[in-house]
Design a protein around this ligand. Structure first.
Ligand code: GTP
Ligand code: MG
Length: 554
């Protein structure tokens, strides 16, 4: 019911003990999904971009300055909301959303620079609120309506563990993990504000520029503190003007497209580094297949990867978001498996020969297609109508059903999250990675087209393998970890998700090819008891290990 739903949300938000069980969770989620009807991706992006254009970011001395700031800024226009957060725990910021873009312009017209001779006088929608020199006539209200405090704080490992321990079932733990670590409203706002800063900065040269977030910030699988992937598009004027007799004078694009891209990105990177406030640590990775500029926006505390033109990645994010919304179990399952992969060292934030979060997510989606919880991309393509047509980079067909409200049938599969998690490990433990490739497009496996260690077809460009980077050793490591997780879930009856979310070194180690189990951790013991109990526990354990080996042989 709606009441259960609200109570549930409050419980999660206040970090108190969770009361939910599988039935309640399911009720809550179906009530929520009824309440929050699916919003198509384009609408969502456009709404967030407009919100960013109506917002300003202001650094304040402390949380206490919020009421004064509210009173001061109210003179420029109607405030819709104030969102307070800190970067590195001690620098305070408030994101203020106004009702109209013109209110932001009012602020821009009244703001000033400090030490005019010593600074580059760039203007933008990011400010600091300095201490008052003379007593102002503005009355300060004690109450700050609509203020949301400390919106970006990430739960500590201890807080997360406590929350997980207080959930009743493993399925509840998975939902808790998702609810407490997912990217929240302020997290999304500051990411769109970060994108908006670049648009505003380059709009003088390119009035139709758009800087669009993609990846986990918008695909439904983002967690608090995730990086921000951006694509910059400097598009032409409106198509309506094509017959105009006045044609802009412009420079010609170089014949070498790669060189042109490199020069363009170098110039963008230099401008960002030298002129744009808050942007720091700019790194140019321009020789990669997809050239990117990495940077940090110190006012929003967000790590960014900026690329240009790459629209396919935006449509990929749209596709992933669509899948994340088809069934309420998708997001908690993906979050749990991403967390597990991080804990056991399968994924790493640095790029390398290991599986990425993106590839792992596609493996989960494929498994859910196998369980008939998610439709194949071919089905979504068949359901597409004319307005769903999209072609990226002049050749990649990214047409698929975009409005989930038009998806005719939802699954009848009622498997619990815990069962799905276990099922995922079992499915891929037995998967023939040697000869088979995963195809989200077909919803089935296909024969591997080449000798890559792991082959996951790019759903939008099926001739490409998104996991081409993964080495044979990493696939072996993946298989070992899948089997171990499957075994752990089978052999413990405590139903505790934390059993598989322990860092690998604490739980099991591989010594000269032989598995040595850290018994103390597995049985949740205190370290003092460790030595005395190891011998006894080792006996019990070798029994279960033998059983496990026999089962696997079968
Ligand atoms: P996290 O940043 O780890 O939270 O997840 P993410 O989904 O944002 O991954 P990442 O930042 O690595 O990549 C951003 C987006 O780029 C992904 O969501 C995909 O849409 C796209 N992407 C990443 N890797 C590949 C790849 O190998 N091939 C293709 N075609 N797209 C990719
Ligand atoms: Mg990302």
């Amino acid at each position: 019911s709606a009441r259960e739903c609200t109570k549930y949300t409050h419980t999660i938000m206040s970090g108190q003990r969770l009361f939910c069980n599988e039935r309640v969770v399911r009720t809550v989620h179906s009530a929520e999904s009824e309440k929050n009807k699916f919003i198509p991706f384009d609408e969502l992006i456009s709404h967030r971009r407009q919100q960013a254009a109506r917002s300003v970011l202001i650094q304040v001395q402390s949380e206490k300055s919020c009421s004064e700031l509210y009173s001061y800024c109210s003179q420029f226009g109607h405030i819709e909301g104030m969102h307070h957060y800190t970067v590195h725990h001690n620098t305070h910021f408030v994101l203020i959303e106004f009702k109209k873009v013109s209110h932001v312009e009012n602020i821009l017209n009244k703001a000033t620079h400090m030490n005019e001779e010593q600074i580059i006088p760039v203007e933008g929608s990011m400010f600091w609120f300095r201490t008052e020199k003379t007593r102002s006539k503005i009355s300060v209200s004690k109450d700050v309506p609509l203020l949301i405090k400390n919106g970006c704080s990430i739960p500590t490992d201890k807080e997360l563990t406590d929350l997980l321990l207080s959930a009743e079932t493993m399925s509840d733990q998975m939902v808790t993990l998702y609810e407490t670590t997912k990217l929240n409203d302020i997290g999304v706002r500051i990411r769109f504000q970060t994108a908006h800063q670049l648009e505003r900065c380059f709009s003088g040269l390119f009035p139709h520029i758009s800087v669009l977030p993609f990846g986990s910030s918008v695909n439904g699988f983002g967690k608090l503190g995730c990086d921000l992937d951006l694509v910059l598009r400097a598009t032409n004027v409106n198509e309506e003007n094509l017959n105009s007799r006045l044609v802009y004078h412009t420079k010609t694009i170089m014949s070498d497209e790669r060189l042109q891209t490199k020069k363009f990105m170098e110039t963008i990177a230099d401008t960002m580094q030298h002129f744009v406030p808050g942007i720091c640590n700019v790194r140019r990775i321009l020789h990669a297949r997809v050239p990117i500029i990495k940077y940090e926006q110190s006012f929003t505390g967000v790590e960014c990867d900026l690329s240009i033109t790459n629209l396919t990645a935006v449509y990929m994010s749209e596709l992933l978001r669509l899948y994340s919304e088809v069934d309420w179990r998708v997001k908690p399952l993906v979050f749990t498996l991403r967390k597990w992969a991080e804990c056991v060292g399968l994924t790493n934030s640095a790029p390398g020969r290991w599986i990425t979060n993106f590839s792992l997510t596609l493996l989960v989606l494929f498994y859910l297609q196998f369980k008939q919880i998610l439709p194949s991309l071919s089905t979504l393509k068949k359901l597409a109508v004319k307005r769903d047509t999209r072609v990226a980079n002049s050749m990649v067909d990214c047409t698929f059903l975009r409005d989930l409200n038009r998806l005719p049938e939802r699954t009848t599969n009622v498997t619990t999250l815990q069962e799905l998690l276990h099922g995922f490990y079992e499915f891929y433990s037995q998967f023939d990675f040697h000869t088979k490739a995963v195809s989200i497009r077909d919803g089935t496996t296909i024969s591997k087209p080449d000798y890559s260690a792991l082959y996951i077809c790019n759903p939008l460009e099926p001739m490409l393998n998104v996991s081409k980077n993964v080495s044979i050793e990493e696939v072996e490591k993946l298989k070992v970890n899948l089997r171990e997780a499957s075994w752990l879930l089978e052999s413990t009856d405590n139903n505790n998700l934390l059993t598989i979310l322990q860092p690998k070194k604490d739980l099991m180690t591989l010594v000269r090819g032989k598995r040595v189990v850290n018994v103390a951790v597995l049985f949740g013991e205190d370290s003092e008891d460790e030595k005395t109990n190891v011998a006894n526990k080792q006996k019990t354990l070798s029994g279960s290990l033998n059983k496990d080996r026999a089962r696997r042989r079968r």
